[in-house]
Write a protein that binds this ligand. Structure first.
Ligand code: SAH
Ligand code: SF4
Ligand code: F3S
Length: 455
């Protein structure tokens, strides 16, 4: 890798000013984290970073393949770049990430979108210098979607997109093969980072003043199984919790099948861990859960929720739900609504099932109509609105810890997230972005809370 880095540096150093790269990551936090590493590599090679696509010499889309919509959007965006490339023939256009890891996608891009110069999958981070060199030196399309072994990109310094929140991958890949999901095919098998590497990285982030660390993985609580000296996720969490610093810990996403009592106890007992769990349910019907290959039942899921609430009555939950899995019936769907009402989620991310070529569910002859799926989705959103309207009221009068992230639309107001991962708005005369404040909640809406900063 170093060899090619030097070669690229040499080519770029001949230019009067450093060329600029614009990168946009789609999809999950793991992808965002990969994007930060890609920018890290490119800056080492001599590129500057820009947030203005039109002034860039290189445009990279780091793509997501989880649903068809995500892919269609990317095709649209690549199509739009054709004119830009005609105006700027030296512009380098790169497509990477999960979409680019699929052969049929690469074929389509090569055939239909000739403006693309660089295509690389999720395994090729370490190969990027070679690919960039090929494009710069030979001006030919460079493609690498090889599924390399379990190599973890450990020596790449990320260019982080945030200055107070940081994503830290703890494991890569997924072994679960939920029947609807493309991720195991585009991200390969589970592999965990060494605990020491994770702890060192977080120590540095804490020293640099980061206020929130989000541990990342497709199935974070399966962490450590592939290590020579296995360490489980709870142990890792406890060790991170001991690191000095004024930061809080979150993680995304745990899988219910690996959610043990020990795991919940760890969250409850570690002061730096937010008492919020994003626990993807997907469906509230045991029949559908089995067809999805989720390997838990509604009863097992509710046991986790009940246990967490027995330790902290106000433990906060959010979830992912898929509506309209092949041959789902209204009875099945009602099971999902039932679990929603029992758990009372603070937040739900709901998706209409999207068929992904290559997955098991794609082979099912689906008799459920799109019309029904749309109708159920609307019903789900309405039920969730009712739940959060009522449930958010519990916060009125209470004091929450809020990390402020941005200015609100209303001048003088700022918004951030509470430990429960709920949007909170408050007024301030000074800029409080990046600061954690205690906020007394004065008003609950169904999507957010409003309050007064008390210190
Ligand atoms: N690894 C994480 C989630 C990865 S994808 C987990 O297991 O929770 C994020 C969410 O996208 C999933 O939780 C699921 O709700 C949704 N999703 C994945 N594949 C999908 C598909 N084919 N159609 C619709 N939604 C899907
Ligand atoms: Fe996909 Fe299931 Fe793996 Fe999540 S756990 S990434 S939904 S296969
Ligand atoms: Fe999408 Fe890949 Fe993440 S498919 S959700 S970007 S792992």
């Amino acid at each position: 890798m170093t060899d090619y880095k030097n070669k690229v540096q040499k080519i770029l150093s001949l230019r009067e000013t450093p060329p600029l790269c614009y990168l946009h990551s789609f999809g999950c936090q793991q992808n965002v984290s990969d994007g930060e590493k890609i920018l890290g590599l490119l800056t080492e090679m001599g590129y500057g970073v820009t947030s203005d696509m039109f002034s860039a010499d290189m445009i990279i889309y780091n793509t997501c393949a989880v649903r068809e919509n995500a892919e269609l959007k990317i095709y649209g965006l690549i199509g739009n770049l054709k004119h830009l490339k005609e105006q700027k023939p030296d512009l380098i256009i790169g497509i990477c990430g999960c979409m680019a890891q699929q052969e049929q996608v690469v074929e389509k891009i090569k055939k239909t979108y000739k403006q693309v110069d660089l295509i690389f999958g999720t395994f090729a981070l370490n190969e990027l210098p070679r690919l960039v060199y090929d494009v710069l030196s030979e001006r030919k399309t460079a493609v690498d979607i090889t599924e390399y072994s379990a190599e973890i990109p450990e020596n790449i310094k990320a260019v982080r997109s945030g200055s107070f929140k940081a994503g830290v991958p703890v494991m890569y890949g997924c072994n679960n093969f939920c029947s609807y999901c493309i991720v195991p095919y585009v991200r390969g098998r589970e592999r965990s980072r060494e605990p020491q590497a994770i702890l060192d990285e977080i120590r540095e982030l804490s020293k640099a003043g980061y206020k929130e660390i989000m541990l990342l993985g497709q199935n974070v609580n399966s962490y450590g199984k592939t290590l020579e000296k296995p360490v489980n996720f709870s142990e890792l969490l406890r060790r991170i919790n001991e690191i000095d610093g004024d930061f809080k810990i979150r993680f995304m996403s745990p899988h219910p099948k690996d959610a043990t009592k020990e795991f919940i106890d760890t969250i409850v007992e570690c002061d730096k861990i937010c008492k919020h769990l994003h626990l993807p349910l997907q469906s509230g019907s045991n029949r559908i859960l089995e067809a999805m290959n989720r390997r838990y039942t509604v009863e097992k899921y509710m046991e986790i929720v009940d246990y967490a609430r027995s330790r902290i009555p106000d433990f906060s939950f959010s979830t992912d739900i898929i509506v309209g899995f092949p041959n789902e019936t209204y009875e099945d769907f009602k099971g999902t609504l039932d679990v929603m009402r029992r758990v009372k989620y603070d937040n739900i991310f709901s998706f209409i099932y999207s068929k992904r070529t290559g997955t098991k569910a794609a082979l099912i002859d689906d008799k459920t109509s799109d019309e029904d799926k749309g109708k159920w989705m609307r019903e789900l959103l309405e039920v969730q609105r009712e739940i959060s309207t009522e449930f958010f009221k519990r916060f009125e009068g209470r004091i929450l810890d809020v990390l402020f992230e941005a200015e609100s639309k209303n001048v003088g107001w700022y918004n951030g997230k509470s430990d429960e991962f709920i949007i909170v708005e408050a007024k301030s005369d000074v800029n409080i972005i990046g600061q954690r404040k205690k906020v007394k909640i004065t008003k609950a809406f169904n999507w957010a809370l409003q309050g007064e900063i008390i210190n």
